[in-house]
Design a protein around this ligand. Structure first.
Ligand SMILES: [Zn+2]
Length: 262
């Protein structure tokens, strides 16, 4: 009899640990996410974030959930500037747009986003003294951190379709760096067999930029990592223009960001 009771207790332990507890945690998280989202953010998103504005109603709710979850998971701090919820929502929108179609995405190498009032400088051996930056992620001292200019962040969401978006650009670097290398090849998002053709396409497209035969910004010419960030920005900012001028690149980015519809 004692043996049956012990077996019963062991089964109960596993059910609690592997089923009930994760279910409870999941439920708590969902409740937190709903509570964390403030209704006034909805109008702000509608007005400022074109990507959200264009989503059908049910996907708007999903976007809101992801924004709210992002704001629970990461810290956003102002540096020599006060920041409010709307500033934070724009940071979160920059993070969510590129990964919106992924069912589960967590920026593993990120804890805190620091918002500077405007362009900022840093001391770095690779950068000439006084170089003004609008955004930065990296290794070493920058691990777990992102620096962003608040002014550039707001400019990113203006509907000028200038193909520039500091917020999305920096988050695309983080996506690229998830596999440990900032090389323009997000290994976790590209099936192995497509990596070589993707690298060849990067080279071909970089040559086009250097020869002034591209809609992508000259900055994408710097290296493969900047190319990935800038072509991704163009994909989300000016998709029609990118599709018309760089159809092959557009198709691959569609697959990478899983936005392809049948
Ligand atoms: Zn960059």
């Amino acid at each position: 009899m004692q043996l049956y009771f012990d077996i019963f207790l062991i089964i109960l332990f596993f059910i609690s640990r592997d089923i009930l507890y994760p279910y409870y945690k999941n439920l708590q998280r969902k409740k937190q996410i709903i509570k964390n989202f403030k209704p006034e953010w909805r109008n702000f998103l509608q007005e400022k974030v074109l990507f959200y504005n264009r989503l059908p109603a049910e996907e708007k709710r999903l976007f809101e959930t992801k924004i709210s979850g992002f704001l629970l998971d990461y810290e956003i701090k102002g540096v020599e500037t006060d920041i409010n919820d709307f500033d934070k929502v724009l940071v979160a929108a920059s993070a969510i747009i590129p990964v919106f179609r992924f069912s589960n995405w967590y920026y593993r190498d990120l804890k805190t986003i620091y918002l500077f009032p405007d362009a900022f400088t840093i001391n770095h051996p690779m950068l000439p003294q006084g170089t003004l930056l609008n955004g930065l992620v990296g290794y070493g001292g920058m691990i777990d951190k992102m620096y962003l200019s608040k002014k550039a962040l707001y400019k990113s969401f203006e509907k000028d379709f200038d193909g520039k978006h500091t917020g999305i650009h920096e988050f695309l670097h983080l996506i690229d760096m998830e596999d440990g290398e900032a090389d323009g090849v997000p290994d976790i998002l590209i099936p192995k067999v497509y990596i070589k053709p993707w690298k060849e396409l990067i080279q071909k497209e970089i040559e086009r930029i250097c020869n002034d035969d591209s809609i992508l910004s000259d900055y994408a010419c710097e290296n493969a990592a900047e190319f990935f960030a800038e072509s991704g920005v163009s994909f989300f900012e000016n998709p029609d223009e990118l599709r018309q001028n760089h159809p092959e690149l557009y198709r691959v980015l569609e697959l990478i960001f899983m936005t392809k519809t049948k």
